[in-house]
Design a protein around this ligand. Structure first.
Ligand code: WTA
Length: 655
């Protein structure tokens, strides 16, 4: 496809980014060491350039400490504070520059300069201290996309407390579990939020969660709904605005943290297993995030970025809060749904705020496609210069649509592969340097070494699909607490490492293939594999076949197991107005038979208004498997729309 059309555009190379890239090996050709060997000439010294994007209170003595492999420790001996790096150090040069532009659901707009952030973050930090929060205590944040969310995160960082952001859509149970797992000291929430025409009583959910925990946690409540909603504060509950008013002007010097000290906890998405807590360490995390915010997203002071991810997701931590603010950029935060009050909203937000970098998921782009190109084309999107995507494979068609109708064939697209555990992007094209290939995530970033291996851990040649592994540590890698090391070792390091030979290989849980140019295609999670007969089929491969049928917009393939046999079931969503379901059902079955094989022909094809997705946009296969195998659906807490479970069960039972 790339040969038939003019080359995809690149970005002008700007000096700062250029310099960092050069120092790190601009062409990405670092000499590849033997697996796990960190001793080649340049590695790991080029991370010094990345670390120099930060301001250190004390210089580090060692770049990486491998003493306790695979629990690497980065920038040992150094200390720094995340909030100081995101705010204070910008004050001299860009005190009055906008740091955060917020758009509320009801059309409200608020703007914070770096100086505004400094004042409010300091006030909240002082208030947290007053409530007894000390260094290393955990503060749980249960807020929708309000300015108070990043502000509270930074207030925690300022005093060395660890934030634990929990997605505002989670149920009281999920919140309670996430607070308890971390022995949370304090909770920050809000009274409620409006969803389209109704009001979600966030505080009631928080109160239910608090009631199930034995201790009474100090709770700060943001008044989101104002006079339209009565906010009743119980004992040990405090109004956010009153606290800020009481502490504004407080001088709270940032607490220097060791580079190896934790910065925050976050839970993994939980599409395939129970949610687990992850931890990131201050120095390595900030280094990796600042460096990728610069090299992948081309952020500079004043660049306006809108990343649609919620802060409860790692993407929100790294590319809504820390990455952009570390580099002095301007962050756009839009509360609520992209379809409310109407489908023009995303494009209005871009136009009104002069968004330059837009970062979202393939799921969101597919929704835009479904709505049609008339929505983006009715707005002036000329401020955009770079687009990004993350979270799941993007099909070449979706990529082309994004490129043409959002990017006006001008903006490069970075398809960024990474995980909660990796902290920041590891595989992506570098705009301005790499050739873009639709549907492929590009090559590993400089300094990152990957291998595609077979079940025995042998490296596979280009063109053969296998397991995606990473064979060198990287700054911003997971930094589990002592108590988590056992399961972390089993989950990520055991499959392909050889501890006796001292070679450590991180297993991502993904399947992938590389091409002759070293470009990676992600085939999906290893767990998203269905075995039919003796064939292991990736769900992504099956779904690509199913969505070749014109009227099918999205699909999920799952296995139904009866009497030792596995049959393939398909859940699909259709374009609006599609009537002839029998014909489509047959077309889907034929498409699978044609693209994958007759043996895989699905036994059931079921149509649904939407697929069950986690709030981070991933299909929840586990839940569909429960439905087709008559097991009670478990753990629907992480779903964006929990009501879909009942609906799907009914549809399935009617088949
Ligand atoms: C998937 C999200 C294809 C992958 C930052 C990974 C992707 C999991 C991509 C991590 C991409 C992420 N193309 N698949 N560009 N990016 N994934 O922890 O399966 O929520 O392992 O972090 O999402 O999801 P998580």
């Amino acid at each position: 496809m790339t040969e038939e059309r003019p080359a995809y555009p690149s970005l002008e190379n700007r000096t700062a980014r250029h310099r960092t890239l050069q120092a790190i090996g601009r062409d990405g050709t670092t000499t590849k060491p033997a697996s796990g060997d960190c001793s080649d000439r340049k590695w790991p010294t080029y991370w010094i350039t990345a670390a120099s994007l930060l301001e250190w209170s004390d210089p580090y003595e060692r770049i990486v400490d491998k003493e306790n492999e695979p629990f690497y420790r980065w920038f040992v001996g150094g200390s720094l504070n995340a909030a100081e790096n995101c705010i204070d150090r910008h004050l001299e040069e860009r005190k009055n520059q906008v740091a955060l532009r917020w758009e509320g659901k009801r059309g409200e707009r608020r703007t914070y300069t770096y100086y505004d952030l400094y004042r409010e973050v300091s006030a909240v930090a002082a208030a947290l201290r007053e409530l007894g929060v000390e260094e290393d205590d955990v503060v749980t944040i249960y807020l929708p996309k309000l300015p108070e969310l990043p502000i509270t995160m930074l207030a925690c960082a300022r005093i060395g407390a660890l934030h634990n952001v929990v997605f505002a859509g989670f149920s009281p149970n999920a919140l309670a579990e996430r607070m308890q797992r971390l022995d949370s000291h304090t909770l920050v929430t809000c009274d409620g939020s409006s969803r389209e025409e109704t009001v979600i009583n966030q505080k009631r959910k928080a109160d239910t969660a608090l009631a199930s925990i034995e201790e009474s946690l100090p709770t700060i409540v943001v008044d989101r709904l104002g006079s339209s909603h009565d906010m009743h504060l119980g004992g040990n509950q405090y109004d956010y605005d009153n606290l800020v008013e009481a502490f504004v002007g407080a001088n709270v010097p940032p607490v220097p943290r060791k580079a190896t000290d934790p910065l925050f906890h976050i839970h993994t998405s939980g599409t395939t297993g129970d949610p687990q807590r992850m931890t990131h360490a201050t120095g390595g995390y900030l280094t990796g995030v600042a460096w990728t915010a610069q090299t992948v997203f081309d952020l500079m002071p004043g660049t306006t970025i809108w990343c649609t991810a919620g802060a409860g997701w790692i993407t929100g931590h790294s590319y809504v809060v820390y990455g952009p603010l570390l580099l002095g950029a301007t962050v756009v935060l839009a509360e609520g749904s992209l379809r409310y009050p109407d489908r023009y909203r995303p494009w209005e937000v871009i136009e009104r705020n002069g968004v330059e970098v837009f970062y979202t998921t393939p799921g969101v782009i597919r929704t835009f496609m479904k709505w049609g190109e008339s929505f983006p084309s009715s707005h002036d999107l000329s401020s955009l210069r770079l687009l990004g995507t993350v979270g799941e494979p993007i099909s070449p068609d979706t990529w082309e649509w994004y490129y043409t109708h959002v990017g006006d064939e001008r903006c490069p697209i970075v398809d960024t592969w990474w995980q909660t555990e990796t902290g920041r992007v590891l595989i992506s094209d570098r705009p301005g340097i790499d050739e873009l290939k639709p549907g492929l995530v590009g090559r590993p970033l400089p300094g990152i070494e990957i291998q595609i291996v077979d079940e025995d851990g042998h490296e596979l040649p280009p063109g053969e699909s296998g397991y995606l592994t990473i064979d060198r540590p990287w700054p911003s890698m997971l930094a589990p607490l002592e108590g988590d090391r056992y399961w972390v070792l089993a989950e990520y390091w055991q499959a392909f490492s050889d501890p006796r030979a001292d070679t450590w290989q991180y297993f991502t849980g993904d399947r992938a293939v590389i091409d002759d140019d070293g470009y990676v295609t992600i085939l999906g999670r290893d767990d998203d594999v269905i075995t039919i007969g003796n064939h292991r089929l990736g769900t992504a491969q099956l779904e690509a076949a199913i969505t070749t049928v014109d009227s099918v917009t999205e699909a999920a393939a799952v296995a139904e197991r009866t009497a030792g046999e596995t049959a393939l079931c398909v859940f699909a969503t259709l374009e609006q107005g599609q009537q002839d379901r029998t014909a489509i059902r047959n077309a889907v079955a034929d498409a699978v038979a044609e693209h994958v094989g007759e043996f895989a022909r699905p036994t059931s094809v079921v149509f649904t208004p939407e697929l069950p997705e986690t709030y981070s946009g991933k299909t929840m296969y586990r839940l569909l498997e429960c439905i087709v195998n008559d097991r009670p659906p478990t753990d629907s807490d992480t779903l964006r729309n929990p009501e879909i479970v009942g609906e799907l069960t009914t549809i399935w039972n009617q088949e």
